[in-house]
Design a binder for this molecule. Sequence first.
Ligand SMILES: NCc1[nH]cc(CCC(=O)O)c1CC(=O)O
Length: 377
Amino acid sequence: MASPALSAQVVDAPAAVSAVIGEEEPFTIRVGTRRSALALRQVDMVIATLKAAHPHVSFEVHAMKTAGDVDKVTPLPEMGKGLWTNELEAKLGAHEIDMVVHCLKDMPTSMPDGMVLGCVTAREDPRDVVVFKAGHEGRYKTLTDLPEGAVVGTSSVRRAAQLRRRYPGLVFRDVRGNIDTRLKKVDTEAYDCIILAAAGLLRMDFHDRIAQYLDSTTEGGGMLHAVGQGALGLEVRDGDERALKLLKSIEDRPTMMACYAERSVMRMLEGGCSVPIGVETAWVDGEDDAEGDETTKKKLRIRAVVVSLDGKEGVEAERTEEVASLAQADSLGKRVAQELAEKGAQRILDVINAKRGESTGAIKVSDSAFVAAQVGS
Ligand SMILES: NCc1[nH]cc(CCC(=O)O)c1CC(=O)O
């Protein structure tokens, strides 16, 4: 990516010079986004990065509400897939916009026909965090400090189920709404703390509300974050080469590969509905070879867990492999899903499906599902 200083020089150059150095014709990209403060902040960040690298391109923000923004009552797992994305994708398909900036974690793991995940940008901290009620911070530093019966706000089955497993004395209660709403609710309603993604809080400058970061190494019982959490996914129409080329310049390849692996695990395990699955990926040093550090291959380590709704059962898997392409990231994810299935994830998913009834469709991890999964979809 060009540095902002270099880009500024290109902008200031006379037209003739621009032509000589191959500067392109100006054009406009219409960028779709949700209307929440976080979504708008994210779209601003993406546009700022794109503009720095491509000063000849203009950007227009088209903000709109999605089903997830409108219906704040129906439990999330019952709202089906694409509750944060469908309306935006319809506009993209109708050529009313050219690109959508999503929280990658809100994007279904299979892309609709005619759309592609053009790129994933640099990831914010992917971890979940604990935010205590204002005034509680003095008394409690971590979840372990909370007394029996303390109320934890989260509407995420993944979060509640993992934490129930580690902290059976805590009570879990739904909390919905944008970040501001949830922070207000923890302060004023009957919650002792809430669990949120670090990424949203950090992007909205609420650093000071973060009391504890939760990950697999958390003392007293950690948890794994959502697939794609903390990353932004930029979606465009398949075949829109101009937009795709633009996105390539701001892609973060290691993040994109890690997220492909995470999404692949989830895609293999889900059927008609969402699965309480946590993941954690890291690039770790591979074997040193004779050439020394320069050629040391980085390996991708992925941990994953599938938990039962009551938190009583959990199936975990971990693999570390060399990954140098999106297809390899995808296969790593499939192997992790296969391992989870072999260890009993299917039993947990069957119970969840039975509870949710027939409307959501059954989850089945079968060999045919593995074969049918599209690499890179
Ligand atoms: N719709 C929920 C949602 N989608 C993305 C984020 C956080 C930001 C991110 O993961 O990139 C959140 C809020 C939360 O989980 O606390």
